[in-house]
Design a protein around this ligand. Structure first.
Ligand code: ATP
Ligand code: MG
Length: 189
C-alpha cells in the first residue's frame, strides 16, 4: 500500500544501462504467473523475436488455449509434461518426463536460436528434486547473451531468485477456486 496521494513530480533516475538479456521469475501462490509470461511473449513477438515455451507440467489432455494461439504466432511450443502428478498413476514416469523436458529446454537454451524462452511451471520439478537446480543455474549463467528467460511456478528456490534480474511474487488475495469455483475456460486455460 502506498501513501503517495499526489502525482510524481521528479523524473525517474538516470544512468541505467541496457542489458543484453534478462532473467525473470514469476512465483507466488496467486494467479498470474503463466499468464504474465505469455503476455510478455506477445511483446516479444511484436518485436520480431523468436520465442519458445517449454511447459513442464501441463498435459495434452488439458491443453491450455494459449498453446494454439502461440503456435499460430510462430512460438515453438513443447508441452512435454504428462499432467498433474496427482493424476499420475506412475510417479516415476512423471519424473522421467520432467527430466526429458529439462534436457529439451537445456538444448533450446544452448541453441542460440531464441530471444525468449519460457520455462513454465519449472519450479515444481526443481523443488521435487527431479531437475538439478545447479544444472538449471549453470544453463542460465551460460546462456547466449541475447536469450531472455522467464521461469514460472510457486515456491521458486532462493538460488533462482538470486540469479533473476526481475522476480515477482504473485500474492493471492482471493481465488475463485477457494469459493468452490472450477477453473474456467477462457480465464484459467
Ligand atoms: P495462470 O496460468 O492463470 O496465470 P498461474 O500460472 O499463476 O495461473 P498455476 O499455479 O500455474 O498458476 O495454476 C494453474 C491453474 O490454477 C490455472 O488455471 C490458474 O488459474 C489456477 N490457479 C492459480 N492460482 C491459484 C490459486 N491460488 N488457487 C487455485 N487455483 C489457482
Ligand atoms: Mg502457471
Amino acid at each position: 500500500m502506498t501513501t503517495q496521494d499526489v502525482p510524481p513530480t521528479e523524473a525517474p533516475p538516470t544512468g541505467h544501462h541496457r542489458a543484453p538479456s534478462l532473467v525473470l521469475v514469476n512465483t507466488g501462490d496467486g494467479k498470474g504467473k503463466s499468464t504474465a509470461a505469455f503476455g510478455t511473449a506477445l511483446r516479444a513477438i511484436a518485436r520480431g523475436w523468436k520465442v519458445g515455451v517449454v511447459q513442464f507440467l501441463k498435459s495434452g489432455e488439458w491443453k491450455v488455449g494459449e498453446e494454439d494461439v502461440g503456435r499460430r504466432l510462430g512460438i515453438d511450443w513443447w508441452a512435454l509434461g504428462d499432467g498433474f502428478t496427482w493424476d499420475s498413476d506412475d510417479i516415476d514416469e512423471s519424473e522421467a518426463i520432467a527430466r526429458e523436458a529439462w534436457l529439451s529446454a537445456k538444448t533450446r537454451i544452448g541453441s542460440d536460436e531464441y530471444d525468449l524462452l519460457i520455462l513454465d511451471e519449472v519450479t515444481y520439478p526443481i523443488n521435487w528434486g527431479w531437475i538439478d537446480i545447479e544444472d538449471v543455474l549453470s544453463a542460465i549463467a551460460n546462456r547466449p547473451s541475447r536469450l531472455n528467460l522467464i521461469l514460472t511456478g510457486r515456491d521458486a528456490p532462493t538460488a533462482l531468485i538470486e540469479v533473476a534480474d526481475t522476480a515477482t511474487e504473485m500474492k493471492k488475495m482471493k481465488h475463485a477456486f477457494d469459493q468452490g469455483v472450477m477453473a474456467r475456460r477462457g480465464i484459467d486455460f
